[in-house]
Design a protein around this ligand. Structure first.
Ligand code: HEM
Length: 407
C-alpha cells in the first residue's frame, strides 16, 4: 500500500532541496495524485516513457490545461502572456509543432554548432578577462548569464550592447513564470502580461530592421521564411524568436551556476577538473545536468485514456514529469545523490526526450564545456560560496540569482 507523500512544488523547503521529497515520491508513491489536480511521475522509466510517448501523451488543449489551475471561467487567451505561451511550439502537438521546429533545427545543426566553437571560446575568454585580476565576482551575473546571452545575441543578430537588452533579459525571467504548473497570483500575471509586451516590441523592432536591411543572422532567416506558402505569420515568428532567445540562455546560465556550486560542494571533483580540464569539462556538463538539472520538471497531457502503474489516466489529465527525480533514480544511476564527474551521466533526462527533445542541447553542451574548461584553466583556485545558495523563485527552473566566487 503506497504511503501518502506530501508534494507542494512551491513550498520554500522545496526550493532549498527538492531531492528528499523527490526520493519519497519515487520510492513510495511513483504515481502521485497532487492536490493541484494533476498526476506526478518521478521514476526514470516513467518520466522518459511519458516524454517519449507519441500516442498517449502530448500537449493537448492549451486553454483547457491552464483552466485546470484557474477554474473553468478563466479567460486564458485574454491574457497576453498565456496567448503568447499558447503559440510557443514547445506547447504544441504535430503538425504545427513539426512545422515550426523544422524552422529552428535548421539553424542549430551539429555542423553549425561545431562552427560556433571559436566564437564561443572567444566570448568566454573575454568575459574571464574582465574579472580575472579582481579575485572575486558574482559569477552568475558576470559570467553564467553573460556567456549564453551573448551567444544567443550572436545567433539571432541582436547587438549585445543594445541599451534595451537588460530590460529584455529581465522580461524573459518575469514572463517565463507562465510555464509554472499553477495559478499565478494577480500580480504575477499582470507583470507577465506587461513583460511579454516588452519582448514582443523588442523582437518586432528587430524583425522590422532585418526586413529593411537583411544580414547573415537567424532574425533575417526567420523574417525571410515568411511570405511563402504555409509560412508562419509575423506574430508567430516573433514568438519563435522570444522562445528561442529565452530558452537559449536561462537554462544554460543555470547549468553553469549549478555546476560551479556542485564543484565547490565537492572540492575533490573541482581538483579532478583542474587536473585535466579538456577531458573532464564535458563530463561536468552532463553530471551537472543530471545532479542539479536547470529544468526540474515538465508536463504533458493524456491524449487518450491510458494507464500508468495500473491506474487509469483519463484523456485530458495532466502529468507532471519530475526530470530532477528521474535523474537521481538509483535504478539507473549508482549512488545517485553523489556528484561524480567520472561517471557516464549522458542518459540524464535534462534535455527531455521524444519529439520535444531540446533543440539547443548541443549548443548548451558546447557552452558548458567551454565555460568549465576555461574557468578551470584560467582560475584554478576558484571556489564559490556554498552556504545557503540564492535559489530563484519558482519550481520548474532551478538556478541561482547570485553566486559569489573567489580565486
Ligand atoms: C542547459 C541548457 C538547457 C536545458 C537544461 C534545456 C532543457 C530543455 C528541455 C527539458 C526541453 C524539453 C521540454 C519538454 O519536453 O517539455 C527543451 C526544449 C527546448 N529547448 Fe532547451 N534546454 C537547454 C538549452 C537550450 C538552448 C541553448 C536552446 C536554444 C538555442 C534551447 C531551446 C529549446 C527549444 C526551442 C525547445 C523546444 C523544443 C520542442 O518543443 O520541440 N534549449 N529544452
Amino acid at each position: 500500500m503506497a504511503t501518502a507523500v506530501s508534494f507542494s512544488p512551491d513550498a520554500p523547503a522545496m526550493r532549498a532541496d527538492p531531492y528528499e521529497t523527490f526520493a519519497e515520491l519515487r520510492e513510495n508513491d511513483p504515481l502521485h495524485r497532487s492536490h493541484l489536480g494533476y498526476w506526478v511521475v518521478s521514476r526514470y522509466d516513467d518520466v522518459r516513457g511519458v516524454l517519449m510517448s507519441r500516442e498517449d501523451f502530448g500537449q493537448g488543449d492549451f486553454a483547457e490545461n491552464v483552466r485546470l489551475f484557474y477554474g473553468p471561467g478563466f479567460d486564458v487567451m485574454g491574457q497576453p502572456a498565456y496567448k503568447w505561451l499558447s503559440e510557443v511550439f514547445l506547447m504544441q502537438d504535430p503538425p504545427h509543432h513539426t512545422r515550426v521546429r523544422g524552422l529552428v533545427t535548421g539553424a542549430l545543426t551539429a555542423r553549425i554548432v561545431r562552427n560556433m566553437e571559436p566564437r564561443i571560446r572567444e566570448i568566454t575568454e573575454m568575459l574571464i578577462d574582465r574579472f580575472a585580476s579582481r579575485g572575486a565576482a558574482d559569477i552568475i551575473k558576470e559570467f553564467a548569464y553573460e556567456l549564453p546571452v551573448r551567444v544567443m545575441c550572436d545567433m539571432l543578430g541582436v547587438d549585445p550592447e543594445d541599451s534595451r537588452l537588460p530590460a529584455v533579459i529581465h522580461a524573459i525571467s518575469e514572463s517565463f513564470i507562465v510555464f509554472e504548473a499553477r495559478a499565478l497570483t494577480a500580480d504575477e500575471l499582470k507583470t507577465a502580461n506587461e513583460q511579454v509586451r516588452v519582448l514582443q516590441e523588442f523582437f518586432e523592432d528587430l524583425f522590422a530592421q532585418r526586413m529593411k536591411e537583411p544580414r547573415k543572422d537567424l532574425a533575417t532567416a526567420l523574417v525571410q521564411s515568411g511570405g511563402k506558402e504555409d509560412s508562419l505569420s509575423h506574430a508567430e515568428l516573433v514568438t519563435v524568436a522570444i522562445g528561442l532567445f529565452g530558452a537559449g540562455f536561462e537554462t544554460t546560465a543555470h547549468m553553469i551556476g549549478n555546476g560551479l556550486l556542485s564543484l565547490s560542494k565537492y572540492p575533490d571533483q573541482w581538483d579532478l577538473l583542474v587536473g585535466d580540464p579538456q577531458s573532464f569539462a564535458t563530463n561536468v556538463v552532463d553530471e551537472t545536468l543530471r545532479y542539479e538539472s536547470s529544468l526540474v520538471a515538465t508536463y504533458r497531457t493524456a491524449l487518450r485514456d491510458t494507464e500508468l502503474h495500473g491506474q487509469r489516466i483519463e484523456r485530458g489529465s495532466k502529468v507532471l514529469c519530475l526530470i530532477g527525480a528521474g535523474n537521481r533514480d538509483p535504478r539507473v544511476f549508482d549512488n545517485p545523490d553523489a556528484y561524480d564527474i567520472r561517471r557516464d551521466a549522458r542518459k540524464h533526462l535534462s534535455f527531455g526526450g521524444g519529439i520535444h527533445f531540446c533543440v539547443g542541447a548541443e549548443l548548451a553542451r558546447l557552452e558548458g564545456r567551454m565555460a568549465f574548461e576555461r574557468l578551470a584553466v584560467r582560475l584554478p583556485g576558484l571556489s564559490v560560496q556554498t552556504a545557503e545558495p540564492a535559489w530563484r523563485e519558482g519550481f520548474l527552473f532551478r538556478g541561482m540569482s547570485t553566486l559569489c566566487a573567489r580565486w
